[in-house]
Write a protein of this length. Structure first.
Length: 195
């Protein structure tokens, strides 16, 4: 089962769909009910469990860029009622926790700016210590206070993952759909991260 099918199944829960509806009746039924089911799912603790620290406006974004000049800052753009956002939310939260663990596992005698051997293998991508701090934040693209920032960053779809270091964007949007590929991509950006 794909990640998207899994999240849709979780949104539907144990609901039984009416049988013998015409296509038009089915479309109307889903149009009427599915948004409420999705909101119910989001409010059931899923968003709270998967949330990343929010950035609420452009000023806060600039403040975080300054605060994390030497770190790789990962920014997730998302919105409520977005099935792809819900699909990948747990993966992004898992990646945030993994980054924290791998930073703590960095040997004390290794300088933060010394790059380890490349993490080519899946095991290395998920287990090798990170040579630089990676911090995660999120932006709700539908919040009025974030509109200017969302427009400036040219966000056209969600979820969108961008990375920053030294107050500038590092690389293009990350399009990884699994934890291993996401971690590999983050590791390729860390050496480019110079304040």
């Amino acid at each position: 089962m794909s990640q998207t099918q899994n999240i849709i199944r979780r949104i539907f829960g144990d609901r039984k769909l009416p049988q013998n509806l015409s296509n038009e009746e089915y479309d109307e039924y889903m149009h009427t009910n599915f948004p409420a089911w999705m909101k119910e799912f989001e409010d059931s603790g899923f968003l709270e469990k998967t949330k990343l620290q929010p950035i609420r406006n452009e000023e806060e974004f600039i403040e975080k860029l300054n605060q994390h000049k030497s770190d790789l800052l990962v920014l997730k753009f998302w919105k409520h009622g977005c099935i792809p956002c819900l699909t990948f939310a747990e993966m992004y939260k898992e990646a945030e926790a993994l980054c924290q663990r791998l930073q703590q596992n960095r040997p004390a005698n290794v300088a933060a700016d010394v790059a380890p051997p490349p993490a080519d293998t899946a095991a290395a991508a998920l287990t090798a210590p990170l040579e630089k701090r990676v911090v995660w934040y999120s932006v709700d693209t539908k919040a009025l206070s974030t509109r200017t920032m969302v427009d400036y960053q040219l966000i056209s779809g969600t979820p969108t993952i961008q990375t920053f270091c030294g107050e500038r964007q590092v690389g293009e949007e990350i399009k990884a759909t699994n934890l291993e590929d996401l971690m590999k991509e983050l590791r390729t950006r860390i050496p480019k991260c110079t304040p």
